[in-house]
Design a protein around this ligand. Structure first.
Ligand code: OSB
Ligand code: MG
Length: 370
């Protein structure tokens, strides 16, 4: 394919409910989209940065700059045989995984349309449906949290993940476990603790958690290994896995027993695939994380979740949990059994609502190959 044009867009999408983590509250998502055209075929990607450098070091602004000044010039007008060649083209760029992923993933969408296969199939997906969990943000009280959990359990979601931070943790999780003795339950700290909290974190062992996600520093692996040695609960790494090498380090050090794969955080489909293959060979379960994506990022997440080894329910859930109106049609819907069917039509398998995207775009920049 020859990359003919790239359009970068910024949209603002109001969340139906604010989402609070240990690093802050989000009311409105700044959604950065990539629209790429190659040989007349249009592909879409989403840059999954949060609004500031609070999850990883990227922001919508840094991604815009890196895409405009460094990534687009490496891609525009280039002739490539496959989207899998893009990591090599971007080889000189350090970091900025989410910026790179937005572009690379749009090219995967194009390639799957050109080859007339669903994106999931092109990536090596085998599942016909994916298993879904939900991530529930920090709440005002254990009572409010119990109500939120009840709604999601009634909807059929197969795993409930609770955000935690010091002061809003044990009491909240205990209440949820007591009311729901047999659900698959996990917690996500987004780096809110230190190794000094080991004794406190050991108190979670009695709650029969599926995993504890990223308790320590966002960029640390070795301290997680120290914690895992003293913790019966499985640690899952999110923030600190940026590529295959981080995954290799983590598993060699026994820093985690489960890996969360996020397309943006690891730099795109090719990197996600490498991590998935490595974990599969090592018998380490993986699951697909979420970044409060619009339908475009969500469709990419569904495709990737269909690969072998994604054996735990992911954070990929229904559009209506986030948006009044999603950017794709139909919106992502979840069955009463907590599953999403993997689309069987070429590309993302959802209609991208170009008119709606155009209407919601607050900033746009377009580059065309000569
Ligand atoms: O750590 O998984 C996380 C949202 C924003 C930033 C980080 C995380 C999250 C979520 C939400 O947990 C997952 C989702 O529903 O998209
Ligand atoms: Mg997480």
């Amino acid at each position: 394919m020859r990359i003919e044009s790239i359009t970068l867009r910024r949209l603002r999408l109001r969340l139906k409910y604010p989402f609070e983590t240990s690093f802050g509250v989000t009311h409105e998502r700044v959604v950065t989209l990539i629209e790429m055209v190659a040989e007349g075929v249009r592909g879409w990607g989403e840059v999954t940065t949060v609004e500031g450098p609070f999850f990883n070091s990227e922001t919508p602004g840094t991604a815009w700059l890196i895409i405009r000044d460094f990534l687009v010039p490496l891609l525009l007008g280039k002739e490539i045989a496959s989207a899998s060649e893009i990591p090599l083209l971007f080889g000189a760029i350090r970091g900025h995984e989410m910026a790179r992923a937005g572009l690379e993933n749009a090219a995967w969408d194009i390639e799957s349309q050109q080859k007339n296969v669903p994106l999931a199939k092109l990536l090596g997906g085998t599942r016909t449906e994916i298993n879904c969990g939900v991530s529930i943000g920090l709440q005002a009280s254990p009572e409010v949290l119990l109500e939120k959990v009840a709604v999601e359990v009634r909807s059929g979601y197969q795993r409930i993940k609770l955000k935690i931070k010091p002061g809003k943790d044990l009491e909240y999780v205990r209440a949820v476990r007591k009311a729901n003795p047999s659900i698959l339950l996990s917690v996500d700290a987004n780096s809110a603790y230190t190794l000094c909290d080991t004794a406190h974190l050991q108190k979670f062992e009695e709650l029969d958690l599926l995993m504890m996600e990223q308790p320590l520093f966002w960029d640390d692996i070795s301290l997680h290994a120290k914690l895992q040695k003293n913790l019966k609960t499985s640690i899952c790494l999110d923030e600190s896995i940026r590529h295959l090498r981080d995954t290799e380090t983590a598993l060699e050090l026994d820093a985690a027993k489960i890996i969360n794969i996020k397309l943006g955080r690891v730099g795109g489909h090719a990197s996600a695939k490498a991590i998935q293959a490595y974990c599969l060979a090592k018998n380490i379960p993986v699951w697909c994380g979420g970044m409060l994506e619009s339908g475009i990022g969500r469709a990419h997440n569904i495709a990737v979740s269909s690969l072998p080894g994604y054996s735990l329910p992911g954070d990929v859930s229904a559009s209506k949990r986030y948006w009044d109106e999603d950017l794709i049609d139909p919106p992502v819907e979840v069955s009463p059994q907590g599953t999403i069917p993997v689309p069987t039509t070429p590309g993302l398998g959802y209609h991208v609502r170009h008119d709606l995207i155009e209407r919601l775009t607050v900033e746009k920049e377009c580059w065309r190959a000569r």
